[in-house]
Design a protein around this ligand. Structure first.
Ligand code: FMN
Length: 243
């Protein structure tokens, strides 16, 4: 199995130790991206990735190799400490550079694991933010590990082992899960945008090219009949609002 690790901590301490413990439970090859080393300039908000093409991003030469590793991986691990009740600026800047994946989701066959460390607060909200971002990108199933170290130099190896082994088994199984209702809503929001009267052309082309536009969810995933009906209804309602 291939795993890519996107680490948003600027130092090799608590988050890094948690990731090392995760790795001890996974079999395969690891590509580790320490965002601190990548020196990605700040997103300048030019909108080119969203409106024209991700290839037009002025920082594409740094972002593309990272994204290629994510596309190539079976499992994606995203790690961050809590900084001021949010992800680190390093991770946020990376997520800003990849925000086009909200519009053009590509990760329907991938599983992900989110790792968050904190002193005492914010870990659940930060893990939820990363989880939701990945699910907007289509990620099939997201696992989460959070730990409040309380200023001590420790990790909760037992909890890390438990969740990372589940993640490993799931990645190795190759099984794709039926999406949660929330994932279907995310899908239908972006589909409705691509089908609107004035869509972003890059989005519309992507949704057509990948055969997403005529489906109730990504074609790789077979929705059960209830979820199929839910998606149809959701799309119908959303299309009324997103014109
Ligand atoms: C700039 C900064 C902001 C932080 N903000 C918070 C915070 O809002 N809440 C909290 O509980 N801990 C906060 N912390 C503590 C870190 O989340 C915690 O020590 C974490 O385990 C550090 O991970 P690392 O060893 O990978 O750097 C902050 C630390 C720094 C350096």
């Amino acid at each position: 199995m291939k795993y890519v690790i996107i680490n948003g901590s600027p130092r090799r301490k608590n988050t890094w130790k948690m990731v090392e413990q995760v790795k001890s439970n996974l079999n395969g090859d690891f590509e580790e991206i320490h965002l601190m080393k990548e020196k990605i300039p700040l997103c300048n908000g030019c909108f080119k990735c969203i409106v024209e093409s991700e290839e037009k991003c002025p920082h594409r030469d740094i972002i593309k190799p990272i994204v290629d590793k994510m596309m190539d991986a079976d499992g994606i691990i995203v790690a961050s400490p809590v900084y001021a009740m949010n992800v680190t600026a390093l991770l946020k800047n990376f997520l800003d550079h990849t925000a086009y994946f909200y519009h053009r989701p590509e990760f329907f066959t991938k599983k992900a694991l989110v790792v968050v460390s904190t002193a005492g607060a914010g870990q659940k909200d930060v893990a939820k933010y990363i989880d939701e971002t990945l699910r907007h990108w289509g990620v099939n199933k997201v696992y989460k590990i959070t730990y409040a170290c309380g200023g001590k130099d420790s990790i909760d190896a037992k909890a890390i082992n438990e969740v990372s082994r589940k993640f490993a088994r799931d990645v190795e199984s190759g099984k794709l899960h039926n999406p949660k209702l929330g994932d279907i809503v995310f899908y239908d929001v972006w589909k409705a945008m691509a089908c609107s009267n004035e869509p972003i052309e890059a989005d519309r082309e992507f949704w057509i090219k990948n055969d997403l536009i005529n489906n109730d969810f990504a074609p790789e995933i077979k929705l059960n009949p209830l979820k199929k009906a839910f998606s149809k209804m959701m799309f119908f309602v959303l299309s009324k609002f997103i014109k």
